[in-house]
Design a protein around this ligand. Sequence first.
Ligand code: AMP
Length: 218
Amino acid sequence: MLNLILLGPPGAGKGTQALAIAGSLGLHRLSTGDLLRRHIRRESQLGAQARVFYDKGEYVPDCLVVAMVKEEITSFLPENGMVLDGFPRTVAQAEALERMLTEIGKRIDTVIEIDSDTEEIVRRAEGRRVCPEGHTYHMVKNPPRSGGRCDVDGLPLQQRVDDQPDTVRKRITVYHERTKPLLTYYAAKGLIQRVDGTQSIEEVTESIQHVLSNVGVR
Ligand code: AMP
């Protein structure tokens, strides 16, 4: 059982790395960004409430996100553990997560911060394309094999509305204001490990695997 959090600014590669790590360790990947995009696409009540914030690059209110995650965690109880991608993003979310996990006798084992810099983030966001199921590509660095469709499920790839340069810069500001305090929160618990997110995709995956073996998780 391993419960892992990936933290980092938008476009640092959390989604790509979460898929890689979840795949290699047999963990469930829980991405609040993907869950929210699914709600928005299906025009659910939650999707309508979330969209107002999502489209502007702002955080969706804690109560909505926490309720959504609680439903996920309690409905399927991942056996081997999970990789959390994009959650928690605020200290209030982290506290709610801790309560949820304690209730089911589980805990967070490690938190990996994937660091990156603003210019690299904006460049990545410009070239990023995603499929509705969350598989992510970069049109230059990691292009799909067949034009505009996902290699895994054949679904059409799209640019995210929040990947426009102005919105990306806004998301970076929000990250610094709201999520950076989480680094201190988890550092105080001795859980933070840091990897350099400006490396290639494969190098970042290797760094994460290295960190996990060093902390004795695998
Ligand atoms: P992501 O796909 O993780 O980059 O998330 C995309 C957008 O979804 C963010 O800019 C927020 O609007 C929203 N979002 C995702 N996760 C959270 C969260 N934990 N708390 C608040 N908003 C979130």
